[in-house]
Design a protein around this ligand. Structure first.
Ligand SMILES: Cc1cc2nc3c(=O)[nH]c(=O)nc-3n(C[C@H](O)[C@H](O)[C@H](O)COP(=O)(O)O)c2cc1C
Length: 227
């Protein structure tokens, strides 16, 4: 398998037509490389991909002293808003919880203990929910798929803004639904920790080791069923 760096400069002429998007207002990105971790977290790609995709990873070390600006939060939600969805029904909803708020405490309390070890440092917890029924009560066939798609766009927008995202499925969904009095058709799918990476965060050694570990994936040939 040919492994190559994903950065545009390394992709070869004509590999990608699009120039990297400049985000004038965004914070400087730590990119996938985290010098303090001593490891390059960028994807080892089999084909060139946009650097926002290659550099994204899910850290556990968040800088608790650095807030996400209201403007950046708006951009994250705007990115999700423009996701594709079955029939343009947009069957996702979010709960936004800022660190220090009552809602944050309520969301945090639902996290699995292993996630509570690190996720509290992130200045934002965003709950992504799927609206699984239409107003007439009929089930929405693509609600969960669409909500995941919206979350993916949010993640990439975060990367573009110099933010890191770590999605979590490890939380008590019935408890969260009860806490927020959610309608039965609103399914909490993920809690998304958002903030700035802290490469020297004080993490338990087991988690610190996962921060340093290279990112891995199955080969393209393993998930293409009809190569
Ligand atoms: C739906 C979903 C649920 C996840 N749940 C958790 C979780 O509960 N705790 C955790 O530490 N990471 C969780 N993750 C993060 C994955 O472990 C991570 O994305 C995966 O290991 C790949 O690593 P990368 O995102 O750095 O490439 C979750 C990711 C997704 C998309």
């Amino acid at each position: 398998m040919r492994r190559q760096r994903a950065a545009f400069g390394d992709a070869g002429p004509g590999a990608l037509d699009a120039a990297p998007i400049a985000f004038a207002d965004s914070a400087p990105r730590v990119a996938g490389m985290t010098e303090s971790l001593g490891v390059d977290k960028a994807a080892a790609v089999e084909a060139p991909i946009h650097e926002l995709l290659a550099q994204r990873w899910s850290p556990r070390g968040f800088d608790a002293s650095r807030d996400v600006s209201p403007a950046d939060l708006s951009s994250l939600l705007e990115a999700a808003r423009w996701g594709a969805s079955g029939g343009n029904t947009q069957p996702w909803r979010v709960l936004v919880a800022r660190r220090g708020s009552e809602d944050h405490a309520r969301v945090f309390a639902t996290l699995a203990p292993g996630n509570q070890l690190w996720a509290g440092a992130a200045p934002l917890l965003i709950v992504m929910l799927a609206k699984t029924a239409f107003p007439d009560g009929k089930p929405h066939p693509s609600a969960e798929y669409d909500a995941g798609h919206a979350a993916a766009l949010l993640s990439i927008q975060a990367e573009a803004l110099g933010l890191s995202v770590h999605q979590m499925g490890g939380f008590d969904k019935p408890r969260l639904a009860e806490e927020f009095g959610l309608d039965a058709d609103l399914l909490p799918k993920a809690v998304i920790a958002v903030g700035y990476l802290d490469p020297v965060a004080d993490l338990p050694e087991q988690l610190a080791a996962r921060e340093r570990a290279p990112r891995t994936r199955m080969a393209l040939s393993e998930f293409i069923l009809n190569p």
